[in-house]
Write a protein that binds this ligand. Structure first.
Ligand code: HAM
Length: 520
């Protein structure tokens, strides 16, 4: 009992002592002025406030003593609590399946990736937008049998509305465009980095939430928009050190399927569902999706004809099948020509089997892939000129792509292209060697921060210098600024360069010039 009470007193006195020291040198601004008289008054004031706090702790009915200290049965109660705790089931510390925690180091990686995406988006004149992660379920209830609509995280909210966590951004973007009732000046180029939710089967690079860089151009019907998007994608790959030997971008046009369906007399209503089905054929054999086939009323022979055309892997081959006047061929040739003009032809290849799994694509479709063939699609997109109409809006041409964070990080790790994220970015750790020097440390930290440095001030006054150096090392800091009594007296700070071990004393009034020197 006694020891509990006396250690509490000691701690409280310590805390109040330090608090009063901090208080009298408000924000530490005057901490270094008229040193000797100040040190004296600090000690005097501190002593008197510490003294006052001691008596108030014991004041009967004073209300400042903690219930634990007053209660004679405190130890028994503590035991009771620990016993109860033992019986409680332990918290499962894993995040929900398929989701991720982002500890600071993961967060630094994520922010780095987002910065690269943002940088490229801005370089290409795109503006950032956002939308809620929760949307009406109806925004996604398309009937073409897409995986994405089957993987919805949907539920009824407390107001009995059916809502869903967005599985992708494109429908939200269309809703936002429509909400402006034609009031948005076209064309526009917008980008966003939403978190998307899909109840997916987990595989490498596929999870139940992911961040997806979206780049979209609305109001441009020509392949110029598609080519600009592809060029932005390549610029990103180059910015992170990937080459066309690591990554390729397959392109195709859904017009190929559309023209074959027309030739076979299949009505246009079946177009979207057929594209979704053809996309599935990439992953599963025809027999496995026999049911889906029957559901959309497609003859097996139609699908066989489609698959035979879609295995053609050259534009000349498609030209032979569809003829010289084919719109699909013209579109793909034009896009390939534009890619050449952008100088990105090494990255681009025509592949008629690429269809993408979303029902709303109408024209060009593209998919970035790992040339080694180990990872799943890195990014995907295409033209979706009719999406707004499906929501009851005016026909408005649009094209874009989505680029997930998971696969690209895997790829960059594999190719050793990720920078290190162990450093916190802190420039200087500031440390006072004694509690009475703490106000001076606040002043030093404030000056360094105002001069543009990222500063970690050691907040605990009991730490030893050895601990501080270890701590600075863990943070990846470049400098340690230490304030001892001698430095304090001379209005200086001892700065150690943690990279080369050099130490130097810098006058407090010259801290901002020192920061400038280090930056150059
Ligand atoms: P998507 O093909 O469904 O397209 O997804 C685009 C990219 O998002 C994929 O290539 C992949 O990088 C990433 N991704 C998708 N699902 C997952 C997942 N479960 N885990 C990790 N990454 C994933 C769309 O979403 C379209 N809305 C893109 C778009 C924008 N089209 C036009 N504008």
């Amino acid at each position: 009992m006694k020891s509990v009470a006396s250690s509490s007193i000691a701690t409280t006195i310590g805390i109040m002592f330090l608090a009063s020291v901090t208080r009298i040198s408000h924000r530490g601004v005057a901490a270094f002025t008229s040193t000797s008289s100040r040190s004296k008054s600090i000690v005097q004031l501190s002593k008197s406030s510490a003294f006052r706090s001691t008596s108030s702790l014991f004041a009967e009915g004073g209300g400042r003593v903690s219930a634990a200290v007053q209660d004679k049965n405190v130890l028994d109660k503590t035991n009771e609590k620990t016993n109860k705790k033992k019986q409680q089931p332990k918290l499962n510390t894993n995040p929900p399946k398929g989701t991720r925690d982002f500890y600071p180091e993961d967060m630094r990686l994520r922010n780095w990736l987002f910065d690269q995406w943002r940088e490229v988006a801005k370089q290409y004149g795109f503006s950032e937008y956002d939308a809620p992660v929760l949307e009406s379920e109806s925004l996604y209830t398309r009937k073409a049998g897409e995986e994405v609509t089957q993987q919805l995280y949907n539920f009824e909210d407390k107001g009995e509305r059916m809502v869903a966590l967005r599985p992708e951004m494109t429908p939200s973007l269309a809703r936002m465009v429509m909400a402006k009732k034609g009031g948005l000046p076209l064309p526009f180029k917008w980008f966003s980095i939403p978190q998307c939710w899909r109840y997916e089967r987990m595989t490498r690079g596929r999870r139940r939430e992911h961040y997806q860089w979206n780049m979209d151009i609305w109001g441009v019907a020509g392949e110029e928009a598609d080519a600009e998007l592809l060029s932005a994608m390549v610029t990103f790959f180059e910015s992170v050190g990937l080459t066309s030997e690591d990554v390729g971008i397959k392109i195709n046009s859904r017009l190929v399927i559309s023209e074959i369906l027309t030739e076979l007399g299949i009505p246009p209503e079946k177009f979207a569902a057929t594209c979704v089905l053809v996309d599935k054929l990439e992953k599963v054999p025809l027999d496995a999706i026999q049911g889906d086939l029957e559901e959309i009323g497609l003859d097996r022979s139609v699908v066989e004809r489609l698959t035979s055309v879609l295995t053609v892997d050259s534009i000349e081959g498609i030209r032979e099948v569809l003829g010289e006047d084919s719109e699909a061929v013209k579109q793909i040739s034009n896009l390939l020509g534009l890619c050449k003009t952008y100088g990105i032809e090494d990255w681009i290849l025509f592949d008629a089997s690429v269809v993408r799994g979303l029902s709303y694509y109408t024209g060009a479709v593209f998919e970035a892939f790992d040339r080694k063939g180990v990872l799943r699609a890195i990014a995907g997109g295409g033209r979706y000129d009719k999406l707004l109409e499906t929501f009851g809006g005016d026909p408005t041409p649009a094209a874009g792509f989505g680029f997930g964070d998971a696969v690209i990080v895997e790829l960059l790790k594999e190719r050793n292209l990720l920078p290190s994220f162990s450093s916190t970015g802190v420039d200087t750790v500031v440390f006072a060697m004694g509690p009475d020097l703490y106000p001076a440390a606040i002043e030093v930290a404030s000056k360094l921060r105002k001069s543009g440095q990222k500063v970690d001030l050691v907040l605990e006054k009991t730490k030893k210098t050895k601990w501080v150096f270890k701590h600075a090392d863990r943070l990846g800091a470049k400098y340690c600024a230490i304030i001892g009594t001698e430095e304090f007296e001379n209005e200086e700070v001892n700065i150690k360069n943690l990279e080369d071990g050099e130490q130097k004393k810098v006058s407090v009034t010259e801290l901002s010039s020192w920061v400038e020197e280090q930056a150059n």
